[in-house]
Design a binder for this molecule. Sequence first.
Ligand code: GDG
Length: 729
Amino acid sequence: MSRCLLVSNRLPVAFDPKRNEFTPSAGGLASAIRGLDAAKVGFAFEWFGIVTDDIAAASIAELRGERQAQMLCHPVVVPKRTYDEYYNLYCNNVLWPLFHYERSMVRHNQDGWLAYCEVNRLMAETILTQAKDDDIVWVHDFQLLLVPGLVKEHRPELRVGFFLHIPFPSSEIFRELPQRKEILQSLLRCDQIGFHDLSYLNHFRSSVQRILGELPTEEVNWGVYPISIDVDHFLRLARSEETRHFVKKYLENKKDMRWVLGIDRLDYIKGLLLKLSAFKAFLKKFPGERERVQLVQVVIPSRIDVPEYKGLKAKIEQLASSINGEFGTPAWTPVQYLYHSVSEAELSALYQLSEVLHVGSRRDGMNLVSLEYVVSQDENDPGVVLLSEFAGAHSTLSYAMSINPWNIHDTATRLREALHHPEVKRRGEMAAMKDFLRGYTSSDWARTILRELTIPHREAARVQSLPSDGRFPWMSQLRDQRVLFFCDLDGTLAPIIQHPKDVRLQARTVELIQSISKRGSCEFVIVSGRDKEFLEEQFVDNDLDVPLAACHGAYSYSPLEQKWKNLIPNDSTRWKEKVLEILTLYTRRTPESFIEDKGHAITWHYRNSPREFAEFLATKLFFELEETLANQPVQVNRGKKVIEVKSMHANKGYFVQNWLQAREPRPDVVVAIGDDTTDEDMFAALQARTDVRPYCIKVGKEKSHAPFFIKDQASVNLFLEKFLQSIDT
Ligand code: GDG
């Protein structure tokens, strides 16, 4: 089994020399990674983390492989004073608040930065001495942003991945960081950079473009991999004797009271004051709910030596007790406030007994508590998750009730809705989320990341251009195989020309598509960014009976049913108004540019405009759109002479995944071919699949997720001809 060196600030266990005791480390990162199943992930993990004294180091090192650690631990000793400066002055006073958009909390300082460099150097040195050539180094989180650069400087051939557990802020915020260049340059040395959410990745990309001038040309694989939890562990925990004992015990007091639960580390990012204010507003607005509902808020002590955290604690306690003072009765305490951690069994019991989980984070990389709550629910009478739209988990939990925690009055109303959400709905919604999590655990998360981190390595040699005879070697193995073919239109089947509406398929291309799609073993699907009407003209009106996907997969057309289906029925398009307003301004300023509204996407074209001026404005426009739409369910893409804003779900990646899901029997082979950035979503989705053999082909020479290349559009027909021969012979 290959070795994966996990590198993070903390180890999974801490050692208390006074009590001579080991305690599991608190926090999301440790709890998610502790749950990784090495066998499922397919790697032998060894964990590197910092300790500040030799006794702890020796004791933890001795644990090697024992239950408390679950993984082999390598403590890296850092002098206490340096550690404190690194952790308090830079990690907690600069990076943490800045990355969570809390600019007023940022305290820039040079001492912290120097200590940060020193600790990162010590960590990198240890890795350099311990890592063997075929190990994978997987660095975690904002405390160790310089480690990838330092490791790569000496061992460029080592595979290094980085995962950020907190948000990556908008470039408008990130560019304030005095050490912005050093940090980006280090991260760009990685072979792979992972984020929880697409918006974080977009912010990172635009920061690179803005601060370093351009995106790197060499191979960096950056992606979105939302973290998950050890689902089996939480399912078992929910049924355990110990948890049942607590459920019974708590029920004796709870009786008919309805619980709104909060489990948060003491941190300003968790929005505890906003949550309490919303609860107060709820009690004011809905007097009928008083004496029937209680907010059970567990606050886990954290960074308590820091004055800001002490101050926050005092404010929370003040607000909680003022709510109790104002609304409480001898028989009812509105806010039950606990300021200590609870055991796992108690936590599971609280999850099970609470009618609503309230996550009101001002910003939160992911938020594992919300996932744990879902998994712990009783399927017959589950609760509801009230979830801040500023938590990464918002993109994972499809049926959570969204709140904007800053809108206290609306949150109060949503809380009431959550408490009265009908049982049938709760059941269906919770079952869907639970099912999703059953199939996507923290081990799946790690496996996807590590697989991608190793594949390019092994496949680097296999990146291949179309040979002059038009046959990739793998084409000799297509006979008797069920082949699914996804093909882009513009720039792939048809050349890019000056006026997009004049594009027509060549007669030979039409013939080839017809012949391929008539083969029983082969399904040929056109996946295009064009609108339905245009595709209909090109294909349906020319009697080309192939399935079509318009607007990057937002609509699909079945030749059998002869009708279009909207694949995103509940798509909200409120963002469109704002986008049209911005694009109209740019169109007025840029001669011969124009706007195309495709329903789920809006595109700004500037292919006929004065080149330099239009490119300049396009860059500006791109950033403006990203800023304006940072928290909207949309993607902003820059393609060839176009900028496009599209609904997150109008995405070729989603489309091909869904299409494949519905295929029974599954095809053996999937071929995907395309030339534009939007095709990259399709390539990335297919390359990650293990149940089919994907062959992704990029038309053009740009960097791509696709391992195969065809140099230009004019060579595509040759490839199609040879492809047809390969499935026939
Ligand atoms: C960072 C990011 C991201 C909490 N209280 C108790 C307890 N916990 C456990 C929970 C959960 C974990 O701690 C908290 O995880 P979160 O994700 O909610 O938050 P952070 O610690 O801020 O984590 C976050 C995460 O990294 C992972 O990438 O999701 O956004 O900020 O697992 O169950 N466990 C026990 N008693 C407690 O009192 N036993």
